[in-house]
Design a protein around this ligand. Structure first.
Ligand code: HSE
Length: 291
């Protein structure tokens, strides 16, 4: 029997649409696996009532298949589904790392990323590596068709999760089909700034590099109160604010001592438009951990 904790993650970070990701110190999913002749899946925890236990429909089922590793799998959800915090990726990542160890398959962490992404595709309809990469490898990750590059980073973050549901499928439908060269140049500059900031543990550069003017404004319309929450977080000292993944969570980069105040400001801003929310004061953290 083996237990693995895999963290929530924040994909995109604004300027790195479908490429950037960061592992969050918390929340996390915990997955326990035990060898079996036939795979069974049991789900408990936050939002578990919305998650199918049928291996054909669960994110972990495809991972079991890919690794040819039948098991009794227990998933304890700490990451709410459809939150923009990489919920399905956390389960898929934890299962991939756990089953790889349990069955001695010998894959490296990087090699497990596309395997876990297949699992995520079962629920999101599309295989994206930008959540599973940080959930497995940890730190700040750049996931492209060529593979995953990562750097450890120590950046304080606040993630605010409103009590609304935005599915990745819906959020992808509003992504504009084209962008201007000026927007492309701006985005490349911001993405590079953010990457330098992660490498230097510099929350000012990370925050400045989060700005993005193509995908984020289109998706912001799906999140009641987004503009007010962003404004409130910036006023409370956030160095940058954007949508986490496909939303509805909103993520802010900041300096250590400002996290609490920013969290309260974001909660109050959501409350002012009648939306309940919860907040995670967190930071860029480690990838999946085997116990
Ligand atoms: N990059 C994805 C999106 C996140 O924003 O749609 C989900 O993998």
């Amino acid at each position: 029997m083996l237990t693995v904790r895999a963290p929530a993650t924040s994909a995109n970070l604004g300027s790195g649409f479908d490429v950037f990701g960061a592992a969050l110190e918390r929340p996390a999913d915990v997955v326990r696996v035990e060898k079996a002749d036939r795979t069974t899946i049991e789900v408990t925890g936050v939002g578990s009532q919305y998650i199918p236990e049928d291996p054909e429909k669960n994110t972990v089922g495809a991972v079991v298949e890919a690794l040819d590793a039948p098991a009794h799998v227990r998933i304890d959800k700490g990451v709410r589904p459809a939150s923009g915090l990489g919920s399905s990726a956390a389960s898929a990542a934890a299962a991939a790392v756990a089953l790889n160890d349990l069955y001695d398959r010998g894959y490296t962490r990087e090699e497990l990323v596309p395997i876990a992404a297949e699992g995520e595709a079962v629920v999101s309809g599309d295989a994206h590596d930008d959540n599973v990469a940080p959930a497995i490898v940890g730190g700040f990750t750049v996931a492209t068709d060529d593979g995953v590059r990562s750097v450890d980073a120590d950046i304080p973050l606040v993630a605010c999760l409103p009590d609304i549901v935005v599915s990745t499928r819906d959020a992808r439908q509003v992504v504009p089909e084209s962008a201007s060269v000026a927007q492309l140049v701006e985005t490349v500059g911001n993405a590079a700034t953010l990457t330098v900031g992660m490498s230097r543990d510099d929350p000012d550069l990370v925050g400045a590099g989060m700005y993005e003017s193509v995908v984020t404004p289109a998706r912001a319309k799906l999140i009641d109160g987004y503009a007010a929450v962003r404004e409130a977080a910036l006023e409370a000292g956030a160095t940058g604010v954007t949508i986490s993944g496909a939303g509805p969570s909103v993520i802010a980069a900041c300096h250590e001592g400002d996290r609490r105040g920013i969290g309260v400001a974001m909660l109050e801003a959501f409350e002012s438009v009648g939306v309940e929310a919860c907040v995670y004061t967190t930071r860029v953290g480690d990838g999946a951990t085997v116990y």
